[in-house]
Design a binder for this molecule. Structure first.
Ligand code: F6R
Length: 243
Protein backbone atom coordinates (compact mmCIF):
# COMPACT_ATOMS: atom_id res chain seq x y z
CA UNK A 1 0.00 0.00 0.00
CA UNK A 2 1.26 3.46 -0.83
CA UNK A 3 0.29 5.99 1.82
CA UNK A 4 0.26 9.69 1.07
CA UNK A 5 -0.40 12.34 3.71
CA UNK A 6 -1.22 15.84 2.54
CA UNK A 7 -1.87 18.98 4.52
CA UNK A 8 -5.60 19.47 4.35
CA UNK A 9 -8.86 18.57 2.64
CA UNK A 10 -8.34 20.99 -0.26
CA UNK A 11 -4.96 19.46 -1.05
CA UNK A 12 -6.36 15.93 -0.66
CA UNK A 13 -9.13 16.74 -3.14
CA UNK A 14 -6.79 18.35 -5.67
CA UNK A 15 -4.17 15.58 -5.37
CA UNK A 16 -6.75 12.80 -5.70
CA UNK A 17 -8.29 14.54 -8.73
CA UNK A 18 -4.83 14.86 -10.27
CA UNK A 19 -4.23 11.12 -9.85
CA UNK A 20 -7.62 10.20 -11.30
CA UNK A 21 -7.12 12.62 -14.21
CA UNK A 22 -3.71 11.11 -14.94
CA UNK A 23 -5.19 7.64 -15.08
CA UNK A 24 -8.08 8.76 -17.31
CA UNK A 25 -5.73 10.67 -19.65
CA UNK A 26 -3.69 7.48 -19.98
CA UNK A 27 -6.83 5.39 -20.60
CA UNK A 28 -9.71 7.57 -21.86
CA UNK A 29 -12.16 4.65 -21.79
CA UNK A 30 -11.24 3.78 -18.17
CA UNK A 31 -13.81 2.00 -16.01
CA UNK A 32 -14.12 3.79 -12.66
CA UNK A 33 -15.68 2.59 -9.39
CA UNK A 34 -17.04 5.67 -7.62
CA UNK A 35 -18.04 6.57 -4.06
CA UNK A 36 -20.48 9.11 -2.69
CA UNK A 37 -20.26 10.77 0.75
CA UNK A 38 -18.63 13.95 1.95
CA UNK A 39 -15.03 12.81 1.42
CA UNK A 40 -15.02 12.74 -2.43
CA UNK A 41 -17.05 15.94 -2.94
CA UNK A 42 -13.92 18.10 -3.22
CA UNK A 43 -12.26 15.62 -5.58
CA UNK A 44 -15.31 15.70 -7.87
CA UNK A 45 -15.26 19.54 -7.80
CA UNK A 46 -11.57 19.48 -8.70
CA UNK A 47 -12.16 16.98 -11.54
CA UNK A 48 -14.88 19.24 -12.94
CA UNK A 49 -12.57 22.29 -12.82
CA UNK A 50 -9.83 20.33 -14.56
CA UNK A 51 -12.18 19.90 -17.53
CA UNK A 52 -11.38 16.18 -17.68
CA UNK A 53 -13.05 14.45 -20.65
CA UNK A 54 -15.46 11.72 -19.58
CA UNK A 55 -16.85 11.02 -23.06
CA UNK A 56 -15.45 7.47 -23.13
CA UNK A 57 -15.26 6.85 -19.36
CA UNK A 58 -17.55 4.22 -17.87
CA UNK A 59 -18.53 4.37 -14.21
CA UNK A 60 -19.94 1.96 -11.64
CA UNK A 61 -21.01 3.40 -8.32
CA UNK A 62 -20.20 1.41 -5.22
CA UNK A 63 -23.64 1.49 -3.70
CA UNK A 64 -27.17 2.84 -3.52
CA UNK A 65 -29.87 2.89 -0.87
CA UNK A 66 -32.75 0.44 -1.12
CA UNK A 67 -36.17 2.10 -1.37
CA UNK A 68 -34.91 5.55 -2.39
CA UNK A 69 -35.74 6.35 -6.02
CA UNK A 70 -33.08 7.84 -8.32
CA UNK A 71 -34.88 11.21 -8.37
CA UNK A 72 -34.94 11.47 -4.54
CA UNK A 73 -32.47 14.21 -3.48
CA UNK A 74 -30.67 11.82 -1.08
CA UNK A 75 -30.27 8.98 -3.57
CA UNK A 76 -26.71 8.29 -4.59
CA UNK A 77 -27.83 8.73 -8.19
CA UNK A 78 -28.83 12.32 -7.32
CA UNK A 79 -25.54 12.83 -5.45
CA UNK A 80 -23.56 11.79 -8.52
CA UNK A 81 -25.57 14.05 -10.84
CA UNK A 82 -25.12 17.00 -8.49
CA UNK A 83 -21.39 16.56 -7.87
CA UNK A 84 -20.10 15.11 -11.14
CA UNK A 85 -22.31 13.81 -13.91
CA UNK A 86 -24.21 17.05 -14.59
CA UNK A 87 -20.88 18.86 -15.09
CA UNK A 88 -18.92 16.53 -17.35
CA UNK A 89 -19.46 15.02 -20.78
CA UNK A 90 -20.15 11.48 -19.55
CA UNK A 91 -22.67 9.50 -21.65
CA UNK A 92 -25.75 8.44 -19.67
CA UNK A 93 -25.42 4.88 -20.99
CA UNK A 94 -21.92 4.69 -19.45
CA UNK A 95 -23.17 5.49 -15.93
CA UNK A 96 -24.08 2.53 -13.72
CA UNK A 97 -25.63 2.77 -10.26
CA UNK A 98 -27.37 -0.18 -8.58
CA UNK A 99 -31.14 0.18 -8.67
CA UNK A 100 -32.34 0.09 -5.08
CA UNK A 101 -35.94 0.25 -6.30
CA UNK A 102 -35.74 -3.04 -8.18
CA UNK A 103 -38.52 -5.53 -7.39
CA UNK A 104 -35.86 -8.27 -7.38
CA UNK A 105 -32.83 -6.95 -5.51
CA UNK A 106 -30.81 -10.19 -5.82
CA UNK A 107 -31.31 -10.23 -9.60
CA UNK A 108 -30.40 -6.54 -9.79
CA UNK A 109 -27.12 -7.26 -7.96
CA UNK A 110 -26.29 -10.21 -10.22
CA UNK A 111 -27.02 -8.00 -13.26
CA UNK A 112 -24.71 -5.33 -11.82
CA UNK A 113 -21.79 -7.73 -11.37
CA UNK A 114 -22.33 -9.03 -14.92
CA UNK A 115 -22.28 -5.46 -16.27
CA UNK A 116 -18.93 -4.90 -14.51
CA UNK A 117 -17.58 -8.10 -16.10
CA UNK A 118 -18.88 -7.07 -19.54
CA UNK A 119 -17.11 -3.71 -19.17
CA UNK A 120 -13.86 -5.65 -18.71
CA UNK A 121 -13.65 -5.10 -14.93
CA UNK A 122 -12.92 -1.89 -13.05
CA UNK A 123 -9.62 -0.09 -13.67
CA UNK A 124 -9.74 2.18 -10.63
CA UNK A 125 -12.05 2.12 -7.61
CA UNK A 126 -12.08 5.14 -5.34
CA UNK A 127 -13.21 4.49 -1.77
CA UNK A 128 -14.11 6.54 1.27
CA UNK A 129 -13.74 4.99 4.72
CA UNK A 130 -16.79 4.54 6.93
CA UNK A 131 -16.69 5.37 10.66
CA UNK A 132 -16.62 1.60 11.38
CA UNK A 133 -14.12 0.83 8.62
CA UNK A 134 -16.75 -0.06 6.04
CA UNK A 135 -15.94 0.22 2.33
CA UNK A 136 -18.91 0.65 0.04
CA UNK A 137 -21.60 -0.57 2.41
CA UNK A 138 -19.64 -3.65 3.43
CA UNK A 139 -20.18 -3.44 7.15
CA UNK A 140 -18.09 -5.29 9.79
CA UNK A 141 -18.31 -9.04 9.25
CA UNK A 142 -18.91 -8.76 5.49
CA UNK A 143 -17.28 -11.64 3.57
CA UNK A 144 -14.06 -10.71 1.81
CA UNK A 145 -15.12 -12.64 -1.29
CA UNK A 146 -18.61 -11.05 -1.32
CA UNK A 147 -20.23 -9.90 -4.55
CA UNK A 148 -22.70 -7.07 -5.14
CA UNK A 149 -25.66 -7.74 -2.85
CA UNK A 150 -28.37 -6.26 -0.62
CA UNK A 151 -27.11 -5.46 2.89
CA UNK A 152 -28.52 -4.09 6.13
CA UNK A 153 -26.93 -0.88 7.35
CA UNK A 154 -25.54 -0.85 10.89
CA UNK A 155 -26.69 1.65 13.47
CA UNK A 156 -23.34 3.51 13.31
CA UNK A 157 -23.69 3.90 9.52
CA UNK A 158 -27.30 5.05 9.83
CA UNK A 159 -26.17 7.63 12.44
CA UNK A 160 -23.41 8.85 10.12
CA UNK A 161 -25.97 9.24 7.31
CA UNK A 162 -28.60 10.89 9.53
CA UNK A 163 -27.34 14.35 8.55
CA UNK A 164 -28.80 13.87 5.07
CA UNK A 165 -32.35 13.00 6.20
CA UNK A 166 -35.11 14.98 7.92
CA UNK A 167 -35.78 12.39 10.62
CA UNK A 168 -34.70 8.96 11.85
CA UNK A 169 -37.53 7.12 10.10
CA UNK A 170 -36.33 8.38 6.72
CA UNK A 171 -32.79 7.00 7.11
CA UNK A 172 -32.61 3.90 4.90
CA UNK A 173 -32.06 0.54 6.60
CA UNK A 174 -30.78 -1.29 3.53
CA UNK A 175 -28.54 -0.70 0.56
CA UNK A 176 -27.12 -2.49 -2.44
CA UNK A 177 -23.33 -2.56 -2.38
CA UNK A 178 -20.49 -3.93 -4.44
CA UNK A 179 -18.98 -6.72 -2.35
CA UNK A 180 -15.44 -6.71 -1.01
CA UNK A 181 -14.64 -9.43 -3.58
CA UNK A 182 -15.93 -7.16 -6.37
CA UNK A 183 -13.88 -4.25 -5.02
CA UNK A 184 -10.71 -6.36 -4.71
CA UNK A 185 -10.97 -7.31 -8.41
CA UNK A 186 -10.48 -3.66 -9.34
CA UNK A 187 -7.05 -3.22 -10.91
CA UNK A 188 -6.26 -0.16 -8.77
CA UNK A 189 -7.77 1.24 -5.59
CA UNK A 190 -7.56 4.74 -4.15
CA UNK A 191 -8.76 5.22 -0.56
CA UNK A 192 -9.47 8.73 0.70
CA UNK A 193 -9.93 9.83 4.31
CA UNK A 194 -10.12 13.30 5.74
CA UNK A 195 -10.59 14.93 9.14
CA UNK A 196 -9.99 14.13 12.80
CA UNK A 197 -13.21 12.08 12.97
CA UNK A 198 -11.51 9.46 10.81
CA UNK A 199 -8.19 9.42 12.70
CA UNK A 200 -9.08 6.44 14.94
CA UNK A 201 -10.44 4.23 12.18
CA UNK A 202 -7.53 5.16 9.88
CA UNK A 203 -5.12 4.04 12.62
CA UNK A 204 -6.92 0.68 12.94
CA UNK A 205 -7.15 0.30 9.16
CA UNK A 206 -3.42 0.82 8.66
CA UNK A 207 -1.91 -0.53 11.87
CA UNK A 208 -4.42 -2.89 13.50
CA UNK A 209 -4.93 -6.58 12.68
CA UNK A 210 -6.45 -7.48 9.30
CA UNK A 211 -9.92 -8.75 10.20
CA UNK A 212 -13.44 -8.90 8.74
CA UNK A 213 -14.43 -6.80 11.77
CA UNK A 214 -12.74 -3.91 9.96
CA UNK A 215 -13.68 -4.38 6.30
CA UNK A 216 -11.10 -1.94 4.89
CA UNK A 217 -8.27 -4.18 6.15
CA UNK A 218 -9.18 -6.57 3.30
CA UNK A 219 -7.48 -4.05 1.01
CA UNK A 220 -4.08 -4.95 2.42
CA UNK A 221 -4.03 -8.06 0.22
CA UNK A 222 -4.48 -5.96 -2.94
CA UNK A 223 -1.31 -5.26 -4.95
CA UNK A 224 -2.14 -1.68 -6.02
CA UNK A 225 -3.72 0.44 -3.28
CA UNK A 226 -3.02 4.12 -2.65
CA UNK A 227 -4.27 5.55 0.65
CA UNK A 228 -4.50 9.33 0.69
CA UNK A 229 -5.01 11.08 4.02
CA UNK A 230 -5.00 14.61 5.22
CA UNK A 231 -2.96 15.45 8.32
CA UNK A 232 -5.96 15.29 10.65
CA UNK A 233 -7.00 11.83 9.44
CA UNK A 234 -3.39 10.64 9.86
CA UNK A 235 -2.84 12.18 13.29
CA UNK A 236 -3.15 8.95 15.32
CA UNK A 237 -1.09 6.87 12.92
CA UNK A 238 2.69 6.80 13.17
CA UNK A 239 3.69 6.74 9.51
CA UNK A 240 7.15 6.72 8.04
CA UNK A 241 8.23 7.27 4.48
CA UNK A 242 5.18 9.32 3.51
CA UNK A 243 5.05 12.33 1.21
C1 F6R B 1 -20.43 5.82 -0.21
C2 F6R B 1 -19.68 4.72 0.40
C3 F6R B 1 -19.28 4.78 1.84
C4 F6R B 1 -18.56 6.09 2.19
C5 F6R B 1 -18.17 6.10 3.67
C6 F6R B 1 -17.51 7.40 4.06
O1 F6R B 1 -20.70 5.54 -1.56
O2 F6R B 1 -19.42 3.76 -0.25
O3 F6R B 1 -18.44 3.69 2.13
O4 F6R B 1 -17.41 6.21 1.40
O5 F6R B 1 -19.31 5.92 4.45
O6 F6R B 1 -18.43 8.45 3.93
P1 F6R B 1 -17.98 9.96 4.12
O7 F6R B 1 -17.09 10.29 2.99
O8 F6R B 1 -19.28 10.74 4.06
O9 F6R B 1 -17.30 10.05 5.44
Amino acid sequence: MRITVVNDYATLSATAAGLVAGWVWAKPDAVLGLPTGSTPEGMYRALVSLGLRFSSVRTFNLDEYVGIPADHPQSYAAFMRKHLFDWVDIRPENVHIPNGMSADLEAECARYDEAIQRAGGIDLTILGLGPNGHIGFNEPGAPWDGRTRPVELTEITRQANARYFRNRQEIPRMALTMGIGTILESRRILVLASGADKAGIVQQFLKGPATPDLPATALRSHPDVTVMLDRKAAQQTALSGVI
